[in-house]
Design a binder for this molecule. Structure first.
Ligand code: ADP
Ligand code: MG
Length: 407
C-alpha cells in the first residue's frame, strides 16, 4: 500500500494529499501551496519515562493527520479541521491566544511557539484531515502539532530539523495548550521511519532507528483501542509527574533517569517512608531498564523475546504507576490468555489503547477473544487494527487532480 493511497488505514474513507487539497479548496476557495502529513504513534515500551529524561521506543502508525496549507501576507491565521466540527477559526498571528480552549489551540500554539523562538513566521490558511483517532492514546495531538510545524517550516523557509520541530510542538502543547506532556509523541511524529521503532533518549534527543520487521518475522503488533477516552489535561498526569520530581529530589538526582537499575533497592530503601513516591520511582527505573532490554532483543533479531517485557511493563503501569483501567487490563489479560506473546497498555493510560504482540496466525483468534471479553463485560466494542511501523512527518508529493489515487 502506498503511504497515502485512496483510503485511510482502517477507516475505508478517502484520505491523502489530493483529497485534503480538494477539501482545502472547498473551505477557502483557493488551492493550497502544499500538503504535509504527520503520523499517530504507539509506544512499544518506555511509558512515562519521557518526562524523567529516560528512554522510550515509539513507532509511527500509517494513520496520519494531513495539513493542506497556504501562506497569507496579512498576519491572519485561519484554521479548519474536518474532524473538529464547527467552522473556520480565525485569529491574528500576533495575538493567537483567542484559540485557547478549543482544538485550534494546538496549531495556534505551534505558531505561537515558532514566533516565541524568534522565527519569521507569518499568517497562513490551514485545513486538516486526519485518520488518527483522537483521545485514543495514539497521539493525535502531536500529529496535529507536527503537521502544522512542518507546514509552517516549509511555507516560511525556517529550515528547522525534525527534532527542532518536535521541541516547538512540545512547547506548544506544554505552554500554550497547557498539557504537561513529555517529548516522546512529538519526536515520534517528526522522526520515525518505516519498518523501525525509534529508540529515543529523551535527555538529549539522540535517537536510533531499530529494525522492527514484524511482517518479515511472521508477527503482528495489534492495537486495541478500548474506546475509553482519557483526559490527559486533568490532574492525574500532572500528579504523577510531580511525584516523579519529588522522588528525584528526595534521592538527590536531577531526574529519575539518573537512578541506575542496579541501585534501585538502595533507592527504594531511602524512600521507604513514602509508598506513593516509592512505587512511581520503581516504575520509572524498571521501565528504563525494560526499554534497554527490548532494544537488546531487537538488535539480536529476537522480536518474540520482547513479549514478556511488554507484559511486565503493563504490570508495572497497573500496580506501581496506577494508570491502567479495567478495559486495558481486560485487553491485556485476555490477549495473553488467548496466546499472545505479550501485551501492555500504551500512551497516557486511564483508557486509550493497548498493544499486543502476536504470531500472525494468532492475530485473529486473539482479536476475537478480546472482542468477546469486552462484550461479556458490557464494555463498548474495541477497535483492533495492526500497527504497521510507518514513516514520520513529511511533505506529500502533489498529486495532480483527476488521476486515480493509488492504493
Ligand atoms: P491523543 O493525543 O492521545 O489523541 P489528546 O487529548 O492529547 O489525545 O489530544 C486530542 C485532542 O487533539 C482532541 O480533543 C482535539 O482537540 C485535538 N485534535 C487532534 N487531532 C485533531 C484534528 N485532526 N482536528 C482537530 N482537532 C484535533
Ligand atoms: Mg496527545
Amino acid at each position: 500500500m502506498a503511504a497515502h493511497g485512496a483510503a485511510g488505514p482502517a477507516t475505508g474513507r478517502a484520505h491523502g494529499a489530493r483529497h485534503t487539497a480538494a477539501e482545502f479548496t472547498a473551505v477557502y476557495g483557493t488551492a493550497p501551496a502544499g500538503t504535509w502529513a504527520a503520523p499517530g504513534r504507539v509506544n512499544l515500551i518506555g511509558e512515562f519515562t519521557d518526562y524523567n529524561d529516560g528512554f522510550v521506543m515509539p513507532l509511527a502508525l500509517p494513520h496520519t493527520t494531513i495539513a493542506a496549507a497556504a501562506p497569507r501576507p496579512d498576519g491572519v491565521l485561519r484554521l479548519h479541521s474536518g474532524g473538529a466540527g464547527g467552522g473556520i477559526v480565525e485569529l491574528r498571528t500576533d495575538a493567537p491566544s483567542r484559540a485557547a480552549g478549543s482544538w485550534a489551540a494546538y496549531p495556534a500554539g505551534v505558531l505561537w511557539a515558532l514566533r516565541e523562538a524568534g522565527l519569521p513566521v507569518g499568517g497562513a490558511d490551514l485545513h486538516y484531515d486526519s485518520t488518527v483517532p483522537t483521545g485514543a492514546g495514539l497521539s493525535s495531538s502531536a500529529a496535529l502539532e507536527v503537521a502544522t510545524a512542518l507546514a509552517l517550516n516549509d511555507l516560511y523557509g525556517l529550515g528547522l530539523a525534525p527534532q527542532e520541530l518536535a521541541r516547538i510542538a512540545q512547547r506548544a502543547e506544554n505552554a500554550f495548550v497547557g498539557v504537561p506532556c513529555g517529548i516522546m509523541d512529538q519526536t515520534a511524529a517528526a522522526c520515525c521511519t518505516a519498518g523501525h521503532a525509534l529508540f529515543l533518549d529523551t535527555r538529549d534527543l539522540n535517537y536510533r532507528h531499530v529494525p522492527f520487521d514484524l511482517a518479515g518475522e511472521g508477527l503482528r503488533l495489534l492495537v486495541v483501542d478500548t474506546r475509553v477516552r482519557h483526559e490527559l489535561a486533568d490532574g492525574a498526569y500532572a500528579e504523577r509527574r510531580a511525584g516523579c520530581e519529588l522522588g528525584a529530589r528526595a534521592l538527590g538526582v536531577r531526574t529519575l533517569r539518573d537512578v541506575p537499575y542496579a541501585q534501585l533497592p538502595v533507592a527504594l530503601d531511602r524512600l521507604g517512608h513514602d509508598p506513593g513516591v516509592r512505587s512511581l520511582v520503581r516504575h520509572i527505573v524498571t521501565e528504563n531498564h525494560r526499554v534497554e532490554q527490548v532494544v537488546a532483543r531487537l538488535d539480536a533479531g529476537d522480536i518474540r523475546g520482547i513479549g514478556p517485557l511488554l507484559t511486565a511493563g503493563h504490570a508495572s503501569l497497573r500496580d506501581d504507576f496506577v494508570v491502567s483501567c479495567a478495559e486495558l487490563d481486560l485487553a491485556v489479560d485476555t490477549a495473553n490468555a488467548a496466546g499472545a506473546l505479550g501485551a501492555r497498555m500504551t500512551g497516557g493510560g486511564f483508557g486509550g489503547s493497548a498493544v499486543v504482540l502476536v504470531e500472525e496466525s494468532a492475530a485473529r483468534p486473539v482479536a476475537e477473544a478480546v472482542t468477546a471479553a469486552f462484550a461479556a463485560a458490557g464494555h463498548t466494542a474495541p477497535r483492533i487494527f495492526p500497527a504497521v511501523p510507518s514513516a514520520g512527518a513529511r511533505r506529500l508529493a502533489d498529486e495532480p487532480t483527476g488521476t486515480a489515487a493509488r492504493t
